[in-house]
Design a protein. Structure first.
Length: 351
């Protein structure tokens, strides 16, 4: 499979439009074409040790969940480790692709895998994703009616001079027993201010104006984080053991919610792979499960009677790679060899 075909297939597997706006996703390093991909190498973090493993295993493309290039590089030298990753990749004709938060959002992604550590449950996204494009051009629709044809022609001429206006339509309408013309237009947030200013010069017209926010439809089962409802309440102690087993961890970090004990029942759990402070903030649940949270976010949760389980950032993500290998093999129709890094590991350990 050539690199272009594979990247297209990966984008179909998880649309990059689902990634957070701050993220850096997609093909990050591209060897000169033509570039055939026989071996796809999966890792959570692309470190120098993992890069050497990819070289030894003759990888043609590395899929690194976390983007190794995040802030812009001003140069590509041997001076810093991230620059060296790019140098090594290009020297050995290895591409680098990163999906990151696109994999957080998809129904068959990282957060869905993490819910399996809770046992039997149903889940919904904490922050649902919207469709990647608006149902129409613009962010707002403005509609108004008038029976003054001469004034309308002048008004429409001025409206069409405003930038970021689209889909201006006029239709006959009967309003309160009178034959009138209904005007409908789509516009951007910036253009809306100019349209409103123009219409406000005619108070009668202005008070008959309707402004609609054009919202993207929400995508089912897609979005950041998950709110999970367990089929049967279980003790916090039982949940801890389930999570440790699922993530293959000898220990986790625990903050007991105010008034809670290890025997307290857990019915609802909110989770977010990686760093969960912003995603979990304000969510009502018995338990927060994530990799890491800020100190003050933990204090807030505990004060509200919510227990917190922290497993370290990448420990809540890395186990997904084995499942990803299997699902990608099916998605790619077993056309390429897919392997998971053996050197990739969380940088933190208990000393």
């Amino acid at each position: 499979m050539n690199l272009g075909e594979l990247v297209s297939a990966l984008n179909d597997f998880a649309s990059l439009s689902l990634a957070e706006s701050w993220d850096n996703v997609g093909l990050l390093v591209e060897p000169s074409p033509p570039h055939a991909v026989n071996t796809l190498f999966l890792t959570n973090d692309l470190t120098e040790e993992v890069m050497e493993e990819a070289v030894q295993k003759k990888a043609d493309l590395i899929l690194s969940y976390h983007p190794p290039i995040f802030t812009p590089l001003k140069r590509v030298t041997w001076r810093t480790w991230k620059e060296r990753l790019v140098v090594r990749a290009l020297e050995h004709r290895i591409g680098i692709y990163s999906p990151h938060t696109a994999y957080d959002a998809i129904p068959h992604g990282v957060n869905n895998w993490l819910t399996k550590g809770l046992g039997a449950c149903t889940s919904v996204p904490l922050h649902p994703s919207a469709a990647p494009s608006y149902p129409a051009e613009g962010t707002h629709r403005v509609e108004f009616c008038t029976d003054n044809t001469e004034h309308l022609e002048t008004l429409l001429s001025k409206i069409k001079d405003i930038q970021e206006i689209s889909s201006v339509t006029t239709l006959p309408a009967r309003v309160e027993g009178k034959e009138q013309t209904r005007v409908s237009l789509n516009c951007s947030q910036k253009a809306l201010l100019e349209v409103v200013a123009l219409l406000s010069k005619n108070s009668f017209l202005y008070h008959k104006t309707e402004i609609l926010l054009l919202q993207k439809p929400l995508l089912p089962h897609t979005g950041m984080g998950r709110l999970c409802t367990l089929s049967e309440p279980v003790s916090l102690l039982a949940i801890i053991e389930r999570i440790k087993s699922h993530l293959k961890l000898p220990h986790i970090r625990l903050a007991l919610g105010m008034g809670k004990t290890l025997e307290s029942p857990v019915k609802k759990a909110a989770l977010c792979a990686g760093s969960g402070s912003s995603v979990l903030k304000g969510v009502e649940a018995d338990l927060y499960l994530t990799g890491e949270m800020s100190h003050h976010a933990v204090l807030d949760a505990v004060a509200n009677g919510i227990s917190v389980i922290l497993c370290e950032h990448s420990n809540t993500e890395r186990g997904f790679l084995s499942e990803l290998r299997n699902t990608l093999a099916i998605h790619l129709q077993n056309k390429i060899n897919i392997i998971v890094s053996e050197k990739d590991r969380d940088p933190l350990q208990v000393a």
